[in-house]
Design a protein around this ligand. Structure first.
Ligand SMILES: Cc1cc2nc3c(=O)[nH]c(=O)nc-3n(C[C@H](O)[C@H](O)[C@H](O)COP(=O)(O)OP(=O)(O)OC[C@H]3O[C@@H](n4cnc5c(N)ncnc54)[C@H](O)[C@@H]3O)c2cc1C
Length: 325
């Protein structure tokens, strides 16, 4: 495979997973980001790999499965911020004998002995939980060790990046709307409540299409409680009434949270798109690989989409450099 210079635009989980994967494949990688990686939407994620029905479905299944395997490998090293944890998926869960692929890939599937109040269907399993501050730090250190760099720089156009590298990966989340001229990228407000951890060890994820849902994602020192999403909203100001309702729902489902102390409210504006876009675009002599539109499933998909980005760079950049090959 031809090694090349790559500029990755974006330092959320999507951009950094691409940057690390491309650097591991031997490419020289620079990341340009408008925001410090600790101030991205990704930095506020609750941190669970969860089943996703994001379109395109067949690709999402492959991306989610590959990401899951990647997290399972990373979980052997605490420095990565990834752990495998007992989990319960509840809500719109079909009969055990008719599970869709999104659910049958869950590790160590079992019938739960009990279900939380308010839920009558569920699956017990293991799930990766990712401590975002630590995982982002690990990705930045891994990238640096492979010779990659991260620069705070807002990009005004893809041509600006193509002037400095023959391959550009567009992983700018919501910023891809302007940079790719793609009006199908839409803002999606998301909010969680973060409490201290009074002794919660098991993940609870409700599968639901609804605007509000119940999820409990425990980390060593805190618990992220979900959640609410509002399509089209661009104002990231925390909604205190929604926060009270989230707390109420999660305390009903997980009584151990009764005395938990609220530490903060996490919000973010996510890059929603009818389908996640992983695609090559030839621009003059340059190559743009689009990798954006992960909506509320960035963690669940990012290592899988990064894998495809590496594959696309290998296939298309070689073709550009050696047309007769
Ligand atoms: C409260 C909350 C909880 C969540 N929990 C989970 C969870 O448990 N599991 C899960 O899978 N997902 C979760 N998500 C969703 C997840 O965070 C997103 O899917 C993910 O962050 C999208 O990542 P991204 O890298 O595409 O975008 P972002 O994290 O938004 O990163 C975009 C990057 O592009 C850069 N950029 C944008 N425009 C430009 C420009 N013009 N020039 C240069 N750089 C630019 C930004 O500076 C940034 O670095 C949660 C989100 C929130 C808000």
């Amino acid at each position: 495979m031809t090694k090349t210079e790559v500029v990755v635009v974006g330092a959320g989980v999507v951009g950094l997973s691409c940057a690390v994967s491309l650097a591991e494949a031997g490419h020289r990688v620079r990341v340009w980001t408008a925001d410090d990686p600790t101030a991205t939407a990704s930095a506020h994620a609750a941190g669970v790999w969860k089943p996703t029905y994001q379109a395109p479905l067949a690709s999402s299944l492959a991306w989610a499965s590959r990401s899951l395997e990647h997290y399972r490998r990373l979980a052997v090293d605490p420095e990565t911020g990834v752990r495998m944890v007992d989990a319960l998926t509840v809500g719109e869960v079909p009969d055990r004998h008719a599970l869709p692929d999104q659910l049958s890939m869950l590790p160590d599937l079992a019938v739960p002995t009990t279900l939380p109040p308010g839920f009558d269907r569920g699956l017990a399993h293991r799930a990766p939980v990712v401590d975002l501050p630590r995982h982002l730090r690990w990705m930045l250190e891994r990238l640096a060790a492979l010779g990659g760099t991260v620069v705070l720089r807002r990009v005004e156009s893809l041509d600006e990046a193509l002037a400095e590298a023959p391959v550009v990966v567009l992983a700018a989340g919501l910023g891809a709307r302007e940079l790719a001229g793609d009006p199908t990228v839409r803002p999606l407000f998301s909010q969680y409540v973060v409490t201290d951890n009074p002794g919660v060890h098991r993940v609870l994820v409700e599968i639901s299409d609804a605007r509000r849902w119940t999820s409990v994602i425990p980390h060593a020192d805190r618990v992220h409680l979900g959640g609410v999403r509002v399509p089209g909203r661009t104002d990231a100001t925390p909604d205190r009434e929604e926060a009270r309702e989230i707390l109420h729902r999660c305390r009903e489902a997980e009584p151990a949270l009764q005395d938990a102390r609220v530490l903060r409210i996490d919000t973010g504006i996510l890059p929603a798109r009818p389908t996640t876009r992983v695609e090559v675009e030839q621009r003059g002599n340059g190559l743009v690989v689009h990798d954006y539109g992960h909506g509320g499933s960035g963690l669940a998909l990012c290592w899988g989409t990064a894998h495809d980005v590496v594959r696309l760079v290998a296939a298309h950049h070689t073709a550009v450099e050696r047309p007769s090959a």
